[in-house]
Design a protein around this ligand. Structure first.
Ligand code: ADP
Ligand code: MG
Length: 226
């Protein structure tokens, strides 16, 4: 049984390169001010460096990290096929739980412990022939799911499409956040437009070059209370 103090957050995205790692790092830093926190990257393909970026800040040593490292900078299902690697969602969940146990042992006193799990690519990117990132997110429930989208052109469509799909598949996100993964004329306007159009109500926007996500941490904590 998992530690009753555990608060797990799963970070999914509308795609790759949309700001998931940047938001996860900023959110982990904000949560760490309140309680021990570990940021995890179960599956990483290519030389993204997400796991090592998390390790630089993590309260506990995570090893191995990532759980599944794939050489090719491709969709995990394809990168794994190229090197004849087979992995299952259950093994990823076991690995996450082991990391969380290490965090619980590291601090037995804090009323909460936080674990953040960044998925690889978009919410519907295939991890294997039989599982997508969303399936991993569902297997990690109960959790607060944070959907990250870019604060740039394309987000009105990309976020609409992702939200419609996640609702249809039965696991909508609990919190939506934007990040300025690239900047264009729309940057800074997108959260307002998403609200105006009734597409989404982003809880937080990580602006260009920003690294503080305290308001997102508050939104996530509020989601745990719901
Ligand atoms: N708010 C932001 N300000 C500046 N650069 C950002 C911001 N959000 C993302 N980026 C940059 O955009 C790129 C993709 O972001 P990243 O967090 O790695 O995306 P993902 O994890 O979804 O692939 C990275 O180079 C990252 O530093
Ligand atoms: Mg990333």
């Amino acid at each position: 049984m998992s530690d009753p103090r555990l608060r797990r957050i799963v970070v999914v995205g509308t795609g790759t390169g949309v700001g998931k790692t940047r938001v996860t790092l900023a959110l982990a830093r904000a949560l760490r001010r309140q309680a021990p926190t570990v940021a995890l990257k179960p599956v990483e393909s290519g030389e993204g460096g997400d796991a090592s970026a998390f390790d630089a800040d993590n309260s506990v040593r995570v090893t191995p990290h990532p759980c599944v490292a794939l050489r090719a900078a491709l969709s995990p299902h394809l990168a794994a096929r190229l090197e004849s690697q087979v992995f299952h969602v259950r093994a990823l969940v076991d690995w996450v739980e082991n990391c969380e146990r290490a965090l619980a042992i590291y601090d037995a006193i804090s009323p909460y412990i936080y674990s953040l799990v960044e998925t690889a690519g978009g919410a519907l990117s295939p991890l294997s022939p039989e599982a997508r990132n969303l399936d991993l997110a569902v297997a990690l429930d109960p959790a607060v799911v944070v959907l990250v989208a870019p604060d740039g052109l394309g987000v009105l469509h990309g976020l609409s499409a992702t939200l419609i799909a996640l609702r249809a598949l039965g696991r909508p996100p609990d919190v939506v956040a934007l990040s300025a993964a690239w900047t264009d004329a729309s940057t800074g306007t997108n959260a307002g437009e998403l609200r105006l159009l009734g597409i989404a109500d982003p809880a937080f926007v990580l602006g260009p070059g920003e690294a503080d996500a305290e308001p997102l941490a508050q939104a996530v904590i509020a989601a745990f209370r719901r």
